[in-house]
Design a protein around this ligand. Structure first.
Ligand code: TYD
Ligand code: MG
Length: 455
């Protein structure tokens, strides 16, 4: 039986339930319901300064709101993903797995902005000031005039931020913040929401840009950043595969800019290094291209990125063949396999299939279909694609190869990197830069690969 005022809140999606159960009825996550005592009724609180009611002031549409001014942090990859710098008075949530480099990135952002004259504070609930200072030292940022604090009590933080005027404040992490207006444990949905709410209010009221760090955890023992996504103006995620130095910053929501831009970084001994031209980063340029590899000419945000898609098709040792995919959508792989089987007569049903996107990049473009199909066919037929060939095109369920966006940009970048042929949709224009193997059907592409009929 729940105590009076107790609710069971899913730490993944924030849904509240009257009774405990093993699975959240709202989002389907398991073992994420935690008992939380709901906030005390307002009367039980110390009297707060009641906000003075103001009349609603109507304005006309004609009155132009100028484009928001931006704080350029000087970390160009970060600024780009934010839409050209950070907007004062906005709240940004930066999510990512523990250890991916969120603290490192934001310390760099704060330090860089501070060196350009912005008043910046970095408040950590996870590390002592000494630790942060040591890290800044290692990253060569010891000179940056960033104000550091180690604090988890929200009241102290808000008081501190009201005393001094800051342009940019980093809160690392929102899950460690604790508001004394609520009884729930730090890291619970109630606390995370309350703390985020207070900080966002402060951001708006005082024109401070607030960046909140949110750890993403699968266990659901601490609240996921999803529960505050609706409160903030922008949601960024920082991603990277274990074992690879590359980190990709992506926008998932942005009230002040596009969400398809990415920022690319490389984690080094001395912090994150910006990669301003990532097109060749995920490409294995050393050695011959083996059977099973296809170079996909992709677009990430505004920039072309070439990446090697690797496939392995092997006899299955077990009754149920394995399908494993890293860096691409498994549903999309299933679709491409089905089309290869049904439309191209390439039978993979009883074989293990592995697909890997090199370098730890995640690709989500449908334009990668043909590259994945080519890699799979190349492995199945044991025929390597030509060394200087790139691939792109969307594959439909009927087995057609369709045109994709920004084909000329893809071709130009591939040509710049030394590629001379492209396997892509029919009627593709090589712009004099590339020899084009245009295919209207996936089966044509597969025959070409099988016959090695390239010249
Ligand atoms: P961190 O920023 O603490 O991750 P998060 O805040 O997302 O949990 O970074 C964690 C990893 O980054 C840690 O394993 C060490 C590595 N790292 C470097 O390789 N070089 C550096 O200069 C720094 C500061 C960290
Ligand atoms: Mg951290």
């Amino acid at each position: 039986m729940a105590r009076d005022g107790a609710v069971y809140v899913c730490q993944s999606c924030g849904a509240a339930h009257a009774k405990w159960s093993g699975q959240c009825g709202a989002c389907g996550a398991w073992n994420t319901l935690v008992e939380e005592v709901s906030a005390r009724p307002p009367g039980a609180l110390a009297p707060s300064r009641a906000s003075k009611a103001r009349g609603l002031a109507f304005e006309t549409l004609e009155q132009q709101t100028p484009a928001p001014p931006r704080i350029s942090t000087g970390v160009a990859e970060f600024d780009r993903v934010c839409g050209g710098g950070v907007v004062p008075g906005s709240a940004i949530l930066l999510g990512g797995d523990p250890g991916v480099g969120k603290s490192t990135l934001l310390l760099q952002v704060a330090a860089s902005a501070a060196l350009r004259g912005a008043a910046c504070a970095y408040i950590s609930g996870e590390e002592a000031v000494e630790q942060i200072r040591a890290r800044a030292h290692r990253m060569g940022l010891a000179e940056a005039p960033v104000r550091l604090a180690a604090e988890t009590a929200l009241r102290e933080i808000l008081d501190g931020l009201k005393r001094e005027k800051f342009d940019l404040v980093v809160i690392d992490s929102i899950q460690t913040m604790w508001s004394d207006a609520h009884e729930a444990a730090p890291g619970s949905v109630t606390q995370v929401r309350a703390a985020a709410g207070e900080l966002v209010r402060l951001a708006k009221k005082r024109g401070v840009a607030v960046i909140l760090v949110g750890h993403v955890t699968k266990e659901g023992t601490i609240a996921g950043p999803r529960v505050i996504e609706h409160m903030v103006d922008a949601v960024l995620s920082f991603e990277g595969e274990r074992g690879y130095p590359f980190r990709v910053l992506r926008g998932a929501k942005n009230r002040f800019g596009a969400t398809d831009e990415i920022g690319v970084f490389e984690m080094s001994e001395a912090g994150l290094i910006e990669v301003s031209n990532p097109s060749a980063l995920f490409l294995n340029t050393a050695g011959e291209r083996a059977a099973g590899a296809a170079v996909f000419a992709g677009i990430e945000g505004s920039r072309p990125v070439l990446v090697e898609v690797q496939a392995l098709v092997a006899p299955s040792a077990y009754g149920t063949p394995r399908r494993a995919v890293v860096g691409w959508d498994s549903g999309r792989l299933a679709m491409v396999l089905a089309v290869l089987e049904a439309r191209c007569g390439l039978s993979l049903g009883n074989r293990d299939v592995y697909l890997n996107v090199a370098g730890g990049l995640r690709i989500s473009e449908p334009a990668a279909d043909l590259a994945a199909a080519a890699a799979l066919a190349s492995s199945a037929l044991d025929q390597a694609l030509p060394q200087d060939c790139v691939v792109f095109g969307e594959v439909s369920l009927s087995g057609d190869v369709r045109a994709v966006s920004r084909m000329d940009g893809r071709i130009k970048e591939a040509a710049k990197l030394g590629f001379r042929q492209v396997l892509g949709p029919a009627d593709l224009d090589g712009a004099g830069l590339m020899r084009v193997a245009g295919v209207a059907r996936l089966s044509e592409a597969i025959s070409r690969i099988g016959e090695a009929a390239w010249d």
